[in-house]
Each structure stands twice: as structure tokens, then as C-alpha cells.
Design a protein around this ligand. Structure first.
Ligand code: DUC
Ligand code: ZN
Length: 478
């Protein structure tokens, strides 16, 4: 299969290439940053990359990662667009979707303009932005949001918890209504806010401040309720939604049930819910703070249920939720740091793909096609980037990760390229690692060496993932 012309800038030769229809022993010809041919025996090109004995996968699309976000109580996450995208590409990811975050009182258009300035000179790989709506004023809903969606930021994230960000149900309906009209995706952070606040207050009053109360103050039942509520509100408006970072079997059950009823409900999980557990937070020292994130990892036996949900199609996206605080900032208040004072989030943009490849593909749980779907094609499709991103096909951007499926690696922080001082996956052994990453036809990572420059990454204006709805939600037609 080729586009008819014969000369190539780059040929990736002799690999097992993971195409949507299956894996095949073919070469890939690249011209002008795009895939121009996929067939065996392509002629020599200006640049050749041997993939003999290797697996060629679409470059990863990480649809949930936090870069250069606003500080929390004077503390900032470690990665800006430079270190964060470097870490991403060294882990086989070629596209990211971080968050332009509007808090109460801010103009989202100004936030997005500022975020472009932060990303443009620094990003190594391509990106688009999700829009976090924290203040759905009439002006935001009627002017800013439609304009930003038209400019290529076609997904909106909303929170059901967190001061300064959380929306009430009325506001959620308002956002869903605009998203329906504009054909945008709405992604939801679904935890029950009142439950978290009530439990937290009671634990603090009883001086129960240790790490384990981070998990106990955010029970899975709260996620189940918030997930069900978000699904219900989207059902009223008749518009799709995606539930972010599903952590618990009970929330996954609600999503499965909604899908069985034919609702356009999508969902994501992250490495921390397959590879970390509540027990990793409940440590006698403060090291468990490295695993503190929201929603929290659940008791270890929950991991099997998350795998089941990932493999049976309940969860279609696997993202990192990379949110890299320095450990020193996590435990800034010393040994007595109460759980409420630990910033939430774990780093994971570079380890996302190797962890899943090792336990999923090499562990015999999933095929290479499923891996490509979860880590690249599905997020690209759901966020309006497909087929430019997320797939190896003629005309798509030439974004690849070439994997040595046998390579055994013991993860430690010193080998990673993020700017934070720890990884929660320290000393985990994985089999399979991306040894070469190619972004728009440029080799940016090969055999342990980076050959990329900050600022080469481009903003991608995403398409609308869904058709625009000219009519009112059907519930209003009664
Ligand atoms: N949870 C989130 O939802 N985002 C960033 C970090 C975290 O723990
Ligand atoms: Zn997040």
C-alpha cells in the first residue's frame, strides 16, 4: 500500500508493524513527516531505521497528563512542557493532551492563550489541550467555550470535587448542553465531594491524620455515586461523556451497566490503579506519600477488577495522569504531614507504556492490537485527533514507538527523564521497552539517546469528536 510516489525521507525496515487490522512484517515509508507507504521491500531512503526483531507501534497518545499547571499552596509540579514532553518521548509517547485549567474568576480564553505560550517554545512532541471549566459563567458558556472548541480544543474537563473547580449538578448540565451543541467531549473527575469533605473533617477532628486516611476519606462508594450521577446528567442531555481515571470496580460496574444500556459513556484508567494499591500508601514512614493521588489506588484485590474492565472494553483509554510533585514538596511538613497537606498526583508519563506492555502484552493478557487501541488509537479517536494521530496508516503522521519486547528493565528514577525526584514504580521489573521513538518522521529517541529539540512539538487543532447538534436536547422538546 503506498501513495503512488516512490522516494522516501525515511524507511523503517523489517519490523513487526502493528496495523489496525493486525500485525504484519512490512516496511514503512515516510515522506514529509507522514506515512506514505506500508509494504514489504520498500526501496532505500535517505534515512533507514532497522526494526528487525522489533515491534513497531503507533506512538503513544497520553490523553491525561498535567504539565506546568498552577501551583497548589505555593508548591508547583515538577514538569514544564520541556521536561514533561522529553519524559513522554523517552517512554514511546508522541502526543500529549494536558489541561488548560480555568479556576473560579478566570477567563478560560486567557488561560488557554497563556498555556500556548508555555507550550510553544518548550514542547518536544505534539499536543493539544483539554479545557478545564471551573467557572461556567454565561459568558464562558456562550462565547469562550464555543470559540475555543472551534479553535481546536474540543474536549472539556469538569470536576465534581476540589474547591475552586467543582461544579454543581446544574452547572454540569450547562456544560454538557454546550458540549452537545458543539460536538465536544466532556470528561469528568467523578468523586463525591460532600462525602470527601465530611469524612476528612471527622478524621481530622479525631486526629486521624496518617496517610491511610487519604484513602479512607475518598471511598470507592463516592466514586460510584459520582460516576452514576455524571452518567445520569449526560443521559438527560443525551450527550457523550468520558469518566476519567476510574479507580474502583464499583465505578467500573456503573460504566459497564451504562454501556450495556447503549449510552455513549467512555472511560479511562491509569497505571496507578493497575500497579499500585492502597497498601502502598499505608506505610509506617512517609514513603507512601509517593503513591498519593486522587482517586486513590484501591485495596490490592481491586487490581484484578480493573484489569477485567480494561480487557472487556468497559475502559477504553489508558492514560498516565502524570502529575509530578517533588517528594520533598509532598512531605513538606515533615513526619507529621497530615494526609490533607500532601499534594495529589504521581509521575508516570514515561512508565505508562512499558508497565502496560510488560504486564498486558508480555503477560499474555492482551494482544498488540489491544495495546495500540488503549494507548493510542482510542484516545486519538475520542479526542478528535484520529487518524492524524494514534494509528499506523497511509496519510497519518509518522509517529512511532519501536519496541524491544524482550528487554528487561528495572525501573528506577535515575533512568527517567521527568524532573521529579521519585517514581512510585521504583524497582519494578518490566519486560519490553521503547528503544526508538519517531515523531513526524524525526527520530527523537534512539538507543538511550535523545535527538530532539524543545519547541519542535506542534499544537494540533483537534477535530470535534462528535457531530454538532443543531437542536435542543430532546428532553426540552416535550
Ligand atoms: N488527580 C487528578 O485528578 N489529577 C492530578 C493528580 C491527581 O491525583
Ligand atoms: Zn489528572
Amino acid at each position: 500500500m503506498s501513495d503512488g510516489t516512490v522516494s522516501f525521507d525515511l524507511v523503517i525496515r523489517g519490523g513487526t508493524v502493528v496495523l489496525p487490522e493486525g500485525a504484519a512484517e512490512v516496511d514503512i515509508g515516510v515522506r514529509d513527516g507522514r506515512i506514505a507507504a506500508i509494504e514489504a521491500g520498500l526501496p532505500a531512503a535517505r534515512q533507514e531505521v532497522s526494526a528487525a526483531g522489533r515491534i513497531v507501534l503507533p506512538g503513544g497518545v497520553d490523553a491525561h497528563c498535567h504539565m506546568d499547571q498552577q501551583p497548589w499552596e505555593g508548591r508547583s509540579t515538577a514538569d514544564d512542557f520541556q521536561s514533561g514532553t522529553l519524559s513522554a518521548l523517552c517512554g514511546g509517547t508522541t502526543t500529549i493532551i494536558p489541561f488548560a485549567m480555568q479556576m473560579r474568576g478566570q477567563s478560560l480564553a486567557e488561560v488557554v492563550a497563556d498555556y500556548h505560550e508555555r507550550a510553544r517554545p518548550k514542547a518536544h512532541i505534539d499536543y493539544t489541550f483539554h479545557l478545564i471549566v471551573g467557572d461556567p459563567t454565561p459568558r464562558l458558556l456562550e462565547e469562550e467555550l464555543p470559540q475555543l472548541i472551534a479553535q481546536g480544543c474540543t474536549s472539556v474537563k469538569i470536576y465534581l470535587t476540589y474547591e475552586g473547580l467543582k461544579l454543581d449538578d446544574y452547572e454540569v448540565l450547562e456544560v454538557l448542553n454546550v458540549a452537545r451543541r458543539e460536538g465536544a467531549m466532556v470528561m469528568v473527575h467523578a468523586e463525591n465531594d460532600a462525602c470527601i469533605r465530611w469524612l476528612t473533617e471527622h478524621f481530622l477532628k479525631a486526629r486521624k491524620t496518617q496517610l491511610r486516611y487519604h484513602v479512607l476519606s475518598r471511598p470507592a462508594i463516592g466514586d460510584r455515586e459520582a460516576t452514576f450521577r455524571a452518567i445520569s446528567l449526560a443521559e438527560v442531555i443525551e450527550t457523550p461523556i468520558l469518566i476519567c481515571h476510574v479507580s474502583a470496580a464499583s465505578a467500573a460496574d456503573e460504566i459497564r451497566r451504562a454501556k450495556q444500556r447503549g449510552l455513549p459513556v467512555y472511560a479511562e484508567t491509569c497505571p496507578q490503579y493497575l500497579f499500585l494499591a492502597a497498601e502502598d500508601i499505608d506505610t509506617p514512614d512517609l514513603s507512601g506519600a509517593m503513591c498519593v493521588c486522587t482517586p486513590p489506588p484501591r485495596p490490592r484485590e481491586n487490581q484484578a477488577e480493573m484489569w477485567r474492565a480494561l480487557l472487556d472494553g468497559t475502559l477504553e483509554v489508558f492514560s498516565s495522569d502524570h502529575s509530578p510533585w517533588h517528594y520533598r514538596d509532598k512531605i513538606a511538613e515533615g513526619l507529621d504531614t497530615p494526609f490533607t497537606r500532601i499534594p495529589n498526583g504521581v509521575p508516570g508519563i514515561e512508565t505508562r507504556l512499558p508497565l502496560l506492555f510488560s504486564a498486558g502484552v508480555n503477560g499474555g493478557r492482551m494482544s498488540l492490537m489491544q495495546f495500540a487501541e488503549l494507548t493510542a488509537a482510542a484516545p486519538a479517536r475520542l479526542y478528535g485527533l484520529y487518524p492524524k494521530k494514534g494509528v499506523i496508516a497511509i496519510g497519518s503522521d509518522a509517529d512511532f514507538a519501536i519496541w524491544d519486547a524482550q528487554r528487561e528493565v528495572t525501573i528506577n528514577n535515575s533512568m527517567l527523564h521527568h524532573a521529579t525526584d521519585h517514581t512510585p514504580y521504583e524497582n519494578m521489573v518490566v519486560q519490553g521497552w521503547p528503544v526508538t521513538t519517531i515523531s513526524r518522521g524525526e527520530v527523537v529517541w534512539h538507543d538511550g539517546k535523545v535527538s530532539s529539540t524543545p519547541g519542535r512539538g506542534q499544537f494540533i487543532a483537534a477535530d470535534r469528536p462528535f457531530a454538532r447538534q443543531a437542536t435542543l436536547p430532546p428532553v426540552l422538546e416535550a
